[in-house]
Design a binder for this molecule. Structure first.
Ligand SMILES: Nc1nc2c(ncn2[C@@H]2O[C@H](COP(=O)(O)OP(=O)(O)OP(=O)(O)O)[C@@H](O)[C@H]2O)c(=O)[nH]1
Ligand SMILES: [Mg+2]
Length: 326
């Protein structure tokens, strides 16, 4: 299985400033050369930038220190040390950068854009030439460079999707995603096929697109860590609409729906306020009168029977999504 990391701790360390130089100008016929020690270079900064070509955080190593280059030392003949090179780390859009010490969200990089600075390089030290004055013509000291900033960061990816598919294991979420979008998620006739979130995109005629997130199945007690837990729900935290998938042949669809909603609520109550509808999946397997039966069991719900096998109502699902997104 492809590695998919959506949360990781790293350390970023900016470069140390280079030391200033202590040096004196010397030439054969000039007995008294003046101080000519140059300044040290500034240490490099560490930046983070969101790039659409990245889809997860698997390219980072847990707890690794990511360092920008140190500034170089100053030299004689008033030559300043070179500035240390910056380090630019890349993350997918949707990555939150959290300062581990304060738990503060430093940045929320929701879209591709300018790099943000997460650790600033130390200033270079002044060389002894800088300290020359009328009272001290031959300063024999220079400043050391300043240390670069260092901090521990938690990178937290929350996929950017417009719609989230939520259902019990085996409800047919991934199959639906594969029918509606370009995504090719793993599909199988057993629960917990989906272990990592999948993102699919519907391209619309007007050039815009709808991003759909398919997440692992939720079971009762997921909030207590049962099944695959609920931490993957962060990937639908930002969706504008939710489609619940309930197997049309489920013995107790009302219970299934209540369970899904209550697990969402436990994770983040705001999720229950998002516009939503219920897709009754696998309608091709439903026997005579199944729609009427389910309809009576789920009064007041917005229901749509679908089949990813026969294609029943799949075009209407897209219309429904557009309507829910408003
Ligand atoms: N007959 C029929 N079978 C379906 C339909 N949709 C999905 N299935 C089957 O149901 C099984 C589960 O489908 P998945 O798409 O993997 O279900 P899921 O909800 O993503 O499951 P998890 O990832 O485990 O939560 C597979 O064997 C699918 O082929 C449908 O519309 N009709
Ligand atoms: Mg799945």
């Amino acid at each position: 299985m492809a590695r998919f990391t959506d949360s990781i701790r790293i350390i970023v360390r900016a470069g140390k400033g280079g030391a200033g130089a202590v040096s004196f100008f010397r030439e054969k016929y000039l007995p008294k050369g003046g101080p000519d020690g140059g300044d040290g270079g500034k240490g490099g900064d560490v930046y983070i930038e969101a790039r659409n070509s990245y889809h997860n955080l698997s390219h980072f190593f847990r707890d690794r220190v990511y360092k920008a280059e140190n500034g170089r030392q100053g030299m004689g003949a008033n030559r300043n040390g070179r500035t240390g090179a910056d380090l630019v780390l890349r993350v997918p859009p949707g990555t939150e950068i959290i300062d581990e010490e304060t738990s503060e969200v430093l940045f929320d990089l929701t879209e591709e854009g300018e790099p943000v600075a997460v650790a600033l390089g130390g200033m270079g030290g002044k060389g002894n030439a800088f300290f020359k004055s009328s009272t001290n013509q031959t300063p024999r000291y220079a400043q050391p460079g300043m240390p670069g900033e260092e901090r521990a960061l938690c990178l937290n990816l929350k996929l950017i999707a417009d719609v989230g598919l939520v259902g019990l294991p085996n409800a047919g979420k991934s199959t639906l995603l594969s029918r509606l979008t370009n995504a090719k998620p793993k599909i199988a006739d057993y629960p917990f096929t989906t272990l990592i979130p999948n993102l699919g995109v519907i391209q619309r005629a007007d050039g815009s697109s709808i991003r759909i997130a398919d997440i692992p199945g939720i079971i009762e007690g997921a909030h207590r860590g049962l099944g695959l837990g609920l931490s993957f729900l962060r990937h639908i935290e930002r969706v504008r609409a939710i489609l619940f998938l309930v197997d049309i042949n489920d013995d107790d669809p009302a219970y299934a729906l209540r369970l899904l909603r209550s697990e969402l609520e436990t994770y983040n109550p705001a999720l229950t306020l998002r516009p939503s509808a219920v897709l009754l999946s696998k309608a091709d397997l439903g026997g005579e009168g199944v729609e009427v039966r389910v309809g009576s069991l789920l009064p007041g719900e917005r229901l749509m029977p679908i089949s990813s096998l026969t294609g029943l109502n799949l075009d209407r699902v897209v219309e429904l999504i557009e309507e829910l997104m408003g």
